[in-house]
Each structure stands twice: as structure tokens, then as C-alpha cells.
Design a binder for this molecule. Sequence first.
Ligand code: ZN
Length: 340
Amino acid sequence: MSWNRVRGHDAALSTFRTTITRGRLGQAYLFIGPDGTGKRLFARELAKAVLCEHPPGPLDACDHCPACAQVEAGTHPDVFALRTPEGKHELPVDEMRAFCTQMSLKATRGHRKIGIVEDADDFNAESANSFLKTLEEPPPGSMLILLATSTDRQLPTILSRCQVVRFSPLGPADLRAVLVDNGVEEPSQLDRLVRLGAGSPAAALTLNDDSFWRVRQYLIEGLTTPRPNFSALAETWQRFYEEAGKETSAQRLRVSLVIRFLIDAVQQALRLSVGAATSGLDGAEDARLRDFAARLGTERLLELVDACVEADSNVERRVQLILIVESVLEQFTRPTGAAQ
Ligand SMILES: [Zn+2]
């Protein structure tokens, strides 16, 4: 049934149910919450519920009618999604204009048009400007949903015209339920993914993928050898985030997860260097990190942690991903003893 896949956002759902029961569905919503918490899934379920041809209840979708099937497949003629194109870091004004034109046309299939701006953090002055008219005077029967990570990134003109809906990271029980929904069964794997996923279903599901662990192992091995191969490492890491597809938030998540695991590895190396206990290292990894720590020394290791933390915040700041990857790898591959 509809909404079954949405976990941990009951408050938002019940607000929408009340709103629609009273016939007061708004025309512009801004979903705010960290990447990977389920904003996009929620927006799609909302679109489905609004456009369903035989809704079994207020804000419920039947999941069987043609409209439901089309929303699910991303082919409904009255649902438009706009995202930042691959390799770009801003919503281009041309695509924004095309999106606004589509929104201004009459609904083809149903009674409503729904426009989802998936990367509302990425407006530039021009695309925000061209969007403003649509936002100020939404075409009749239209609904706009903007997905963003924080209100700080929104222009006041956009923020003031949207109803804000908050999406928090999921609690452990909800995250576990999402993982079970996605076929994770083994209890110890569930525990591990709930712990490492830190409230993000997208992160937990990425970590459930063997390819992540292969990349992690390759990078940690490659970076802790005496002479790391910069270009091979960069290529592997780049391929890994590009495999996430065109969605920039999914690519960012992959870069960020790798950085977090590099931070963990360096912190383990630091613990080894001062004789403290480590956790979860196998024998080979233990030996490798011990050697790495001895070669670099505490000060360099601390610099690496700082560099990684900085790089992770650059992911959030939408710095171009390949530049972040290269900057992290440069820090690791800088010859020991060389000046910064
Ligand atoms: Zn339906």
C-alpha cells in the first residue's frame, strides 16, 4: 500500500492528511532535511496520492491505477522533476524556464500538475529569478515541492513563499524497518548498518552494497602504501560516485561516506600509534595501519583527519566532487616531511 515505504516521517504525513481532508493542500512546499532521509520518496508518494484515480482514502494511493503506475515509473505526464544536471552545481536557468513552462500548461491526465525541484539548494540568482514568477503565482491546480538540505541555503524570496516541512534523520527502529523493507535480514548486518547509517536510509543502503566495501578497502590499502598511485585511486573513487547515477545528492553521499571511512581509518591509525585499543580491524588491516602510523607520525595523521573533515564539509558546500576527491588524495599522497 501507498506510504508503506515511507518511514519515520509520520508527523509530516499526518499534517498532509489533515490538510487534504480540509481541502487546503498548499501550492508550494519546501521539504528540508539532510540528504538521504527520504524527502524524495515522500514527495513521490505525495504526488501519487494526489493524482491517484481511485484513492481508497484521503491522501492514500491505490497503487494499481494507471496514474499510480505512471508516478511510480516516473512517466506521469503531469509530474515534473527538475534536478541539477550531472557535472553541474547549479540549476541552469534554461532548464528552470522549461520547467516553469511545463508547469503553466494544463494538466493532461489528471486535475493537477506537480513540479518537484529536487535540488533546491542549487538555485543560482538567475534560475531563482526565473522560478519566482511561477512560485508567486502558481498556475491553477499546480503544486510545487522543493527539496533542500537547509533553510540557510534558500533565498528569502523563495523561503517566504513556501510552507516548510521538516525531515529529520530516522531513529534506529525506523531505519531498521527501511532496511528490512529492502531485504536486509541478517541481524548482525542490520545492527551494523543501523549504527553506520546514522539515521539515513540512503547511507545505510549504500553501505549494504558490497561495491562500497571493495572501494573502501582498495582506497585504504592504496593510500597506506609507501607510494600511493594517485591517478588509479582517483579513478576508482570517481567511478564509484558516478555509478550512483545522475542524481547529485546520491553522488555526494558516496563521496561523503568514503571520506567518513577514511577518517575512521586514520583515527584507528592514531590509536595504534599511541598503543590504544582499536575496533573492528582484521589482522592485515591492523598491520597496515600500524605501519602507516609509524611512517607518518601523529602530527601528519592529525592533519589528515582535519583535511578529511574539511573535505566532508566541502561536499555539503557543493564543491565540485572531483576537486574534493583530488584534494583528499593529495593530502594522503603528499610525501612525508614535505611542506604543506
Ligand atoms: Zn491509484
